[in-house]
Design a binder for this molecule. Structure first.
Ligand SMILES: [Zn+2]
Length: 135
């Protein structure tokens, strides 16, 4: 009767990898009472008896679903640029523009004679001719 108390398994399972004994173990839940009132559970390693301070501290073994990551578990990356949008923006950067002139001290646009940043974009963008092969 040493396995008593395992009848109520939580949804995420009770398997833990105990940091104290280093074993694949189970979390043992012992109801805690204050007087006659149940105030919670004590969570402990069933192997070595290490008591975890709270549910969040229990080293539950992560459930294996698919090899690698289940895509649904990974939050989508923050949407900064759509791929298309990014390609269009990068394609129109001043640094790729035929009018872009780099001097040692500043970068400017040969069309507007204004100082520009390499990462600027402008509606008068003209693609730089591809570099000659074998140059
Ligand atoms: Zn343990």
């Amino acid at each position: 009767m040493d396995k008593a108390g395992q009848d109520r398994q939580p949804a995420h399972g009770s398997e833990i990898l105990c940091p104290a004994c280093g074993q694949d173990s189970l979390v043992k839940r012992t109801p805690l009472y204050e007087g006659f009132k149940r105030v919670g559970e004590q969570l402990a390693c069933a192997g070595c008896g290490l008591v975890f301070p709270g549910e969040a501290a229990v080293p539950y073994k992560t459930r294996k679903t698919l090899p690698g990551f289940g895509l649904e578990d990974v939050p989508p990356p923050p949407k900064v640029f759509g791929k298309q949008e990014l390609a269009e923006t990068v394609g129109r950067l001043c640094r790729h523009c035929d009018h872009y002139v780099v001097n040692p001290f500043l970068q400017r646009c040969a069309l507007t004679h204004r100082e520009v940043e390499a990462t600027d974009t402008c509606p008068r963008f003209a693609p730089k001719p591809p570099p000659k092969a074998g140059a």
